[in-house]
Write a protein that binds this ligand. Structure first.
Ligand SMILES: [Fe+2]
Length: 196
């Protein structure tokens, strides 16, 4: 059985970048629903229930066909959101010198990286995610697809589904992204980069 992870901060702690209302809805309703639907899909397959979510998402093609799409969407939703909560922290935090060095090598400076990442996020049509990968490349995925399905552990992910910002920003995705940079937990991203 998969479980909704607890947040390391209160629902209101990322405000004003992300309001308590959005955080509560996003975590306790949207993410909870992905977890519930993932568990429902795995009900008939007890052997799969104890596998790490990363393993399920990396072996989608080997899963029983009747649950493949449900695991892809809801397992992806569970994995992606679990990372998303971790890469945010009240007030944001700083990258390590090591990570900053890698970013600078690829993009010149952090501001240029942020600008490229933002452009990628604005380019996601409909619902999806934008990611920083261990090789310092930026990529996007539609829906709840995740780089982990390609065997790549993302370091940073930004949810650009409207459910992530509509209550606060209506349809203005650029304002959401601009505010989001202020709560990025760069020390967590650095920790993930070191492990990758
Ligand atoms: Fe979301």
């Amino acid at each position: 059985m998969f479980k909704l992870p607890e947040l390391d901060y209160e629902y209101g702690a990322l405000s004003p970048a992300i309001s308590a209302d959005i955080m509560q809805l996003h975590h306790s309703k949207h993410h909870q629903t992905y977890v519930d639907k993932l568990n429902a899909a795995l009900e008939k397959y007890p052997d799969l229930q104890n596998q790490p979510i990363e393993d399920l998402l990396q072996t989608l093609d080997e899963l029983p066909e009747d649950i493949r799409t449900a695991v892809r969407n809801n397992g992806g939703g569970h994995y992606n959101h679990s990372l998303f909560w971790k890469v945010m922290t009240p007030g944001g935090s700083q990258p390590t010198t090591e990570l900053l060095g890698k970013i600078n090598q690829e993009y010149g400076d952090l501001e240029t990286f942020k600008s490229n990442f933002t452009q990628a996020a604005l380019g996601v049509f409909g619902s999806g995610w934008v990611w920083l990968l261990p090789d310092m490349s930026i990529t996007t995925t539609p829906n709840q697809d995740s780089p982990i399905s390609e065997g790549v552990v993302p370091l940073l992910g930004l949810d650009v589904w409207e459910h992530a910002y509509y209550l606060d920003y209506k349809n203005v995705r650029p304002d959401y992204i601009k505010a989001w940079w202020g709560v990025v937990n760069w020390s967590k991203v650095s920790e993930l980069a070191q492990k990758s």
